[in-house]
Design a protein around this ligand. Structure first.
Ligand SMILES: Cc1cc2nc3c(=O)[nH]c(=O)nc-3n(C[C@H](O)[C@H](O)[C@H](O)COP(=O)(O)OP(=O)(O)OC[C@H]3O[C@@H](n4cnc5c(N)ncnc54)[C@H](O)[C@@H]3O)c2cc1C
Length: 301
């Protein structure tokens, strides 16, 4: 079994920053970056609020630079996923079957898009159903799409799609948007966005070639819209399944921690996966730094 001084699980800003600090503390970190190298920011374009870039920075370049920085300092990056772990035995099992034995572990597995839970949603995933407009919007040039959700991300996704698609429906459960005033005004002002308030998605419709429409319900009335693409923007859920319930989580599933320290000896948590009030690239990176420094302190003891 491979011995690892500092195992970092994740491949977003929290994980790469933890790796940078762990390298400089000579902890020879191993990063298992999971299914989304670069993390959530790979699904967006310009970042205007990450310090150090006067004109903003392309999100994907930022993440690939962070990754390269960690690698150049000596991080071993594994393109694999942690399937399970044992916090007492201090082992982790990877998708490839490889087993790691760690002295400290930093959990930085962030959060993933939430789905509605419809069977048809899974059926048309990749054939019209997407959770990332910036990744897949390109395929819907001149077509009709729907975005489900009423928060800031839904507004952002709808705005992005409105510049590509012919028509964008926003499917909103409440009779208002839960977004900032600026976002609300922007979508309301956009001619090819139609907001369907108090509307619930009942079913996605399609054939062997993919999605063709959506069945909706508004105040008991069932109706259908023809669409080519269906984009989910109803929030995210923390990626903690692989921990098998060994750590306490809050009502939303985020890991409960004292700062970046979990209740388990030698196990730290950083970024969007922990119970924090702020879920931003800069706060995730700051958590990664703290977690690596805590791991160093722990190992020195
Ligand atoms: C559309 C969008 C726009 C955004 N815009 C901004 C912005 O402008 N400014 C800003 O500051 N923030 C923005 N954010 C928020 C920001 O992306 C997150 O706060 C940040 O990415 C969180 O970083 P993280 O490292 O905690 O986790 P994530 O970025 O979520 O990364 C999680 C990582 O964990 C890995 N992983 C998951 N499960 C496993 C497993 N079992 N084994 C191994 N690895 C695993 C994944 O592959 C991924 O690499 C945006 C988010 C989205 C979705």
């Amino acid at each position: 079994m491979k011995q690892v001084k500092c195992l970092i699980v994740g491949g977003g800003p929290a994980a790469y920053t933890a790796a940078i600090y762990a390298c400089r503390a000579a902890l020879s970190p191993v990063v298992v970056e999971g299914p989304e190298p670069g993390g959530q920011l790979m699904t967006t374009t310009l970042i205007e609020n990450y310090p150090g870039f006067a004109k903003g920075v392309d999100a994907q370049s930022l993440m690939m630079e962070m990754r390269a920085q960690a690698q150049n300092l000596g991080t071993e990056i594994l393109s694999d996923k942690v399937l399970s772990c044992d916090l007492k035995a201090r082992t982790a099992e990877l998708g490839s079957g490889e087993q790691l034995c760690w002295e400290t572990m930093i959990i930085a597995t962030g959060a993933s898009a939430r789905y509605l839970g419809l069977e048809s949603e899974q059926k048309f995933k990749g054939q019209g159903v997407s959770a990332c407009a910036t990744c897949d919007g390109f395929f819907y040039r001149g077509k009709t799409v729907a975005v489900v959700g009423g928060g800031d991300s839904a507004c952002e996704e709808a705005m992005y799609l409105s510049s590509i698609a012919k028509k964008v429906y926003m499917i909103v459960r409440k009779n208002y948007l839960r977004a900032s005033q600026a976002s609300k005004e922007r979508v309301e002002r956009t001619e090819n966005i139609e907001i369907l308030y108090e509307t619930v998605t009942k079913e996605l419709l399609g054939n062997v070639l993919g999605l063709t429409g959506v069945r909706l319900e508004r105040n008991g009335e069932i109706f259908e819209k023809e669409i080519d693409g269906f984009f989910l923007a109803i929030g995210r859920h923390p990626n903690t399944e692989w921990l098998g319930g060994q750590l306490e989580v809050d009502a939303q599933g985020y890991i409960v921690a004292d700062g970046v320290k979990t209740a388990a000896d030698g196990v730290f948590v950083a970024g969007d996966v922990r119970n924090t009030d702020f879920r931003q690239a800069i706060t995730a990176a700051a958590d990664g730094c703290r977690a690596a420094l805590e791991a160093e302190k722990y190992l020195k003891k």
